[in-house]
Design a protein around this ligand. Sequence first.
Ligand code: G
Ligand code: G
Ligand code: MN
Length: 782
Amino acid sequence: MGFRLRLALFFVATLVTVQLLTAGLVYEVTRHALISEGERQLTANARAFEAQMDDISARVAGNVEVLSLDYALRSAIAERDRGTVLSVLRNHGRRVGASRMLLIGLDGRVQADTAGATPPLTRFPFPDLMRSAYMRRTAAVVATDGKAAWVVVVPIYAPQPVAMVVVYVPLDDALLAHLQHLSALPRDLELAAQLTPGHWSVVARGDRHAGMLASLVAAHQPLPRKPRLTVVDGQQYMVLAQPLQQPASSRPVMAVLGYSLDSALQPFRAVGIAWGSLLALGFGVGLLGAWLTARSVARPIESLALAARRIEAGDYGAPPGMPRHDEIGQLAATFASMTAAIRQREQHIRHQAMHDSVTGLPNRAAAELAIDQWLAAAGSAGGAVLMIGLTRVPDIIKTMGHALCDRLMLDASERIRRTAVEAYLARITDMQFMLWLPQADEPAATAVAIHLLDALNLPYQDTDVTIDGLPSIGIALAPADGSDAATLLRHAEVAQFAASGSSAALSIYDAATDPHRPERLSLMGDLREALEGSKLSLHYQPKLDLGQRRIEGVEALVRWQHPRLGWVPPDSFIGMAEDTGNIHRVTRWALATALAQAKRWRARGLPLQVAVNLSARDLEDRELPARIGALLAIYALPPDCLTLEVTERAVISERDTAIQILRRVAEQGIGIAIDDFGVGQATFAYLRHLPVSELKIDQMFIKHLATDRNDQIIVRSLVDLSHRLGYRVTAEGVESQGALDYLAAIGCDCAQGYFIAPALDVDGFAAFLTARGGTVGVRTPP
Ligand code: G
Ligand code: G
Ligand code: MN
């Protein structure tokens, strides 16, 4: 139920209730007044009725007294002349309106009866009336044969009483109507007689009557001797039964008087109607007024509610203005300022959600949205995502704190902005920006990237420090490297990661080398299974001692026969295992397997040296030295039968931990070989700090050794220098007799390569040893 309707209903309900209460009060007061008025009137009327009857008695008595002076009557009485008596009585009777006249002797016997109903000498039935008639005028009501009559008894004197005359005046409807006509008798009047004991019936009624006796009898109520309220024919009446004068032996007769309250209320009815009309009018006007008032209150509230719903739906348009000065006007004004505040706050929150607070640039979410929108709108036009990372930021934060780093990033963002004015720039992470170059192809993107690197490579000057952010940029191209923003960003990030490790500091995404390809994850799962289910195996490539022309040892190389992919080269899973932290398992497995094999060879009288490859990540494993020591102890092998191969890169990039681990290994008497020597940045000066026992010259220098003069010079110098520094030297990738001969000639210690043998499984190696038994033997310890 709406506010408007409720307000209107309340107004009207109040109006009607008050009016009805007033009406009820007025009605009750009036009714009470009318009831007491009715009682008063009924009592007065009863007395008036008695007075009327008295008048009749007086008139009748006067007439009969005149009759008693009639000489003819007196002599006829004396002579007992019934005929004359009757005719005189009839004459007089007509004059007073009597229905019957009796002449009664002093002995109480009827001497003449004008009705002729009484046999002569019958006793008059009401002797008490005759006795009192000597003293005063005597009259009473008598009921006989269903009729009532007013009986007047008058003595005849001559001069002594000689007889009595009894006059019957009929108390019938006509008489009552006559009396009502003449005087102020109540209009509702009945005469009731108890003709049979206990049963009242009406013997006469006025010209208007309401059947009061019938109603009382029907309701089994006694005749009320005091005014009482009774319902007669559905109307309210005051009723009073007034007993009349009666001789002792007559049946009881009463006058029943009525006073209609409804008739008495009649004059008030007009007032009631007028009042009702006024009420209806007031009702209508009140309703209209209430509705109008409610509307003037409800309308603005409804429009404010509508505005609130609009805000809920995100529409912050100004709410309707309300030029009012009341409470609602105040509410509307407050509402408007609240809307404005919410709008501002939401804009702020939205901006914060989509922007970086330091540079004010859009963030990753905003960038993805923008690129996706652009791609959707531009169709196949494509573009380039440049992921620009400042590689040193994490270090800078750790050493210099966030505040300086924020300034650095702000400065970087301004440099990028200046270099690529048109492009869409966003800050993706703490250390990365992203530049979106719509419609740019690879050459265009590369050109921009080179400019950016130039701009960012200038060191950042902050009050008293100069900082080099070390920028690197990865490029992903749409649609080739991804058709949605998320993929493009991910790929650009992969490229940037690759770039951060390369000297060019710039890399274009290449799906083939992406170390984050989804299949990698499943491959790593498979690798774990392979480690547990011995799907990995080691192959062994012989190492030839050039001086003694013997096989002095082997390099263990891991092989993986994948159940689905078939042969998986180590290059493609070793790097992955390094990235995913699985390399430790591979290394432990390789060490255990290789040492177990060495033990088996020893048991057959072949004391072969075994070389096992380590990865850079293995040099973070502080447990490695102890683990290797334990393995040697388990197989009861001397430490010098094991060599660990580490790449130049691994020892250079790793820091103190790696060197400590290598030292602890070397201290046990285990050999350390530098693998792929010559291609990286390791210098002899650097190697001097490491516990290195052997250098393995990279295949690159050996492959064309037989023919290439430059390679010959390099290798000879390397071997010379190494020997001077006390290192053993192994040449890798020996593929020809010429190379082997040259190496032997310059005094290189060892050779390894396809010309001697590729990596062989255990059986293959055994066969190789048997086949080459004549020229190749196992070096005996010096
Ligand atoms: O012979 P082959 O193509 O498998 O060698 C490829 C590369 O894999 C080589 O550089 C070699 O050092 C590396 N490699 C082979 N086996 C292992 C191993 O067990 N551990 C590690 N870390 N590298 C290995
Ligand atoms: O980095 P490392 O020396 O561990 O690498 C050994 C790798 O070189 C293995 O993949 C092995 O199969 C390969 N290899 C061994 N001998 C030769 C050879 O004579 N020529 C070529 N091209 N590769 C070789
Ligand atoms: Mn190796």
